[in-house]
Design a protein around this ligand. Structure first.
Ligand code: 5GP
Length: 125
């Protein structure tokens, strides 16, 4: 059972549909643990989403229920995707929204990778 305040995992959420191949995406990377693809509404010249292949709604859910192997595999994918995108030297930002205050739209845990230009302050005041 998911442990976050976001409720049970919804199999119909858009990222679940992308994982099943029902909805297309511009794929960047895929392995047993993670899928990375370009965000449909990019907020930076590079805006890629990395999602675990397992069914987790949030960071709390992922960290509580995923195996050590899944957690390591997922975060290794985040790092290697950012590097493969050429963002290591100029720099980049990773961000994960959780719940209402953070405006999480899709209830499948994901990390955004932003880069390709100076990204400004950490948060909008
Ligand atoms: P959140 O607000 O949940 O952290 O971010 C969800 C992200 O998913 C948004 O940046 C949004 O543009 C992206 N997104 C929503 N639907 C789709 C889709 O069908 N395809 C892709 N590639 N990205 C999507």
């Amino acid at each position: 059972m998911p442990v976050s305040g976001l409720g049970d995992y919804d199999n119909a959420n858009i990222f679940a549909r992308i994982l099943r191949g029902e909805v297309p995406c511009r794929e960047v990377f895929r392995d047993r643990f993670a899928l990375a693809f370009h965000d449909i509404q990019p907020r930076a010249p590079v805006h890629v989403l990395v999602i675990p292949t397992g069914r987790y709604v949030s960071m709390a859910d992922f960290s509580a229920r995923a195996s050590q192997e899944e957690i390591a595999g997922f975060f290794k994918a985040v790092g290697s995707v950012a590097k493969a995108l050429g963002l290591e030297e100029p720099g980049y930002r990773i961000l994960a929204n959780m719940g209402g205050h953070a405006h999480q739209e899709v209830p499948h845990f994901h990390v955004h990778i932003f880069g390709g230009r100076p990204l400004g302050a950490m948060l909008v005041e």
